[in-house]
Write a protein that binds this ligand. Structure first.
Ligand code: AR6
Length: 183
């Protein structure tokens, strides 16, 4: 069975098979988690991103999708880049589905790579403005559903949420409690 765990910390410190990046569709880096991953992982990640843009994503990686690169110098094997939706209240249902897709697609890519351990940040909950409580609920519901599926559950030992700051941690802890699972 896959364990869902929560920690407060920096995702670039995580020794896991896959670190998920909250990227933007250009795949060329940015601030927040994206900036931290490229800074700490080094230029190999950006080189891979550029190659992917040239071969597959000339128009950018669509929101809700995920794609893998090397993890460069991070203590991980791969980075899976996903593009979260920007929060917009009047378009919330469609965008919530896209946010759920980020988690489901990232896990699918990770499982295809043979990953056993995956670390996620709170996608869209920073620059993209998603309210933390709602972002946490969508994240945990989607991951709990995905790891209950045959094929995913067998391969993945741990899905870890790495939350930056006590507020994010508390929101995820509450959402996990609401799900009726133990961290
Ligand atoms: N480890 C874990 N979580 C972190 C870290 C870290 N090192 N740094 C920030 N967070 P954000 P988004 C938290 O803005 O909202 C970028 O410029 C942060 O506190 O990184 O999806 C991209 O290029 C927040 O809770 O991602 C895009 O343009 C969460 O990670 C855009 O930002 C996500 O915040 C994506 O925005």
């Amino acid at each position: 069975m896959t364990q869902i765990t929560l920690i407060e910390g920096d995702i670039t410190d995580q020794q896991v098979d896959v670190v998920v990046n909250a990227a933007n569709s250009s795949l060329l880096g940015g601030g927040g988690v994206d900036g931290a991953i490229h800074r700490r992982g080094g230029p190999e990640i950006l080189e891979d991103c550029r190659r992917l843009r040239a071969s597959h994503y000339g128009k950018g990686l669509p929101t809700g999708r995920a794609v893998a690169t090397t993890a460069g110098r991070l203590p991980a094997h791969w980075v899976v880049h996903t593009v979260g939706p920007v929060f917009l209240e009047e378009d919330r249902p469609a965008r919530a589905a896209l946010l759920a897709s980020c988690y489901a697609e990232s896990l699918r890519v990770a499982v295809d790579l043979g990953a056993r351990t995956v670390a996620f940040p709170a996608v869209s909950a920073g620059v993209y403005g998603w309210p933390l409580e709602d972002a946490a609920r969508i994240a945990l519901t989607t991951v709990a559903e995905a790891v209950a599926e045959e094929g995913v559950a067998g391969g993945l030992a741990e899905v870890r949420f790495v939350l930056f700051g006590g507020g994010a941690y508390a929101a995820f802890e509450q959402a996990l409690r609401d799900l009726g699972q133990r961290s």
